[in-house]
Design a protein around this ligand. Structure first.
Ligand code: SAM
Length: 244
């Protein structure tokens, strides 16, 4: 029997979800950065800055940025880890990874970039000091499997950081829905010539586990001291956990 999952609000076969997610990111890669700035009014930069501060990467650290896309986190981690460190920019999508790799190279950062699936990480156990995933987990089919892989590759004492859209505080729900379902696809059409991908974005956010559910999932994956921080009234949340 074919296993099914969600692609936004649609129920689809698991393989179809992987294909549909790939289509979204091939389509938006070239306009991804500008769309992020416009649709979040620059807020995604603050959320990432908070994540970077929480990661506290030091010289010599080994870091893995999963679903790293255009490289916002990896580029800062690479500078912080310095020449004695090792920072990998990884993503399942070639179009996104190419943009990220070129951005890092243009800034003089020679970090390894690798096309790989978060659900099957090609790294040894106990290797990284930090593993990060920003706005990527939502798109993964088997989130439990991906979280287990993230834990596996962390060193004992290493930290996982999951930055993701989350459940917004009750009073903001109506205006946020209006923004997400009316304005966002319109902007997507105007800027990236692709309303559909931004409709998927809004739907996938609604289908993603809320703060407490994701915390439980991380604990079930074996992470300890799991905690989260609501950002902008829960529009996004940073979850962190330690491998002990
Ligand atoms: C919204 S982008 C986030 C990019 C970047 N981390 C950021 O915060 O700007 C989501 C990324 O997740 C990637 N992705 C989706 N499923 C994945 C998987 N199973 N393994 C690795 N990356 C995946 C997509 O290709 C896409 O580049």
């Amino acid at each position: 029997m074919t296993n099914t999952t969600h692609f936004g609000y649609k129920t689809v076969a698991e393989d179809d979800k992987v294909r549909e997610v790939a289509k979204v990111f091939h389509s938006v890669a070239a306009k991804y950065d500008i769309m992020n700035d416009v649709m979040s009014a620059g807020l995604h930069r603050l959320w990432k800055t908070f994540t970077i501060a929480n990661a506290a990467v030091r010289p010599g650290f080994k870091c893995l940025d999963i679903a790293g896309g255009t490289g916002d986190l990896a580029k800062v981690f690479a500078r912080q880890a310095g020449p004695t460190g090792e920072v990998w920019l990884t993503d399942i999508n070639e179009s996104m990874l190419r943009v990220g790799r070129d951005r890092l190279l243009n800034r003089g950062l020679l970090t390894p970039t690798l096309l790989c699936d978060a659900e099957k990480l090609p790294f040894p156990d106990n290797y990284f000091d930090r593993v990060s995933v920003a706005f990527g987990l939502r798109n993964m089919t088997h989130k439990d499997q991906a979280l287990a892989e993230m834990r596996r590759v962390l060193k004992p004492g290493g930290k996982l950081l999951v930055l993701e859209f989350s459940k917004v505080a009750e009073p903001l729900q109506k205006p946020y829905d209006f923004y997400s379902f009316k304005i966002l696809p319109w902007m997507g059409q105007k800027i990236a010539n692709d309303a559909e991908s931004y409709r998927y974005l809004a739907e996938s956010i609604r289908m993603h586990p809320d703060q407490e559910t994701l915390k439980t999932m991380m604990e079930e994956a074996g992470l300890e001291r799991v905690t989260y921080y609501n950002l902008t009234a829960g529009v996004a949340a940073l979850h962190t956990g330690i491998k002990l």
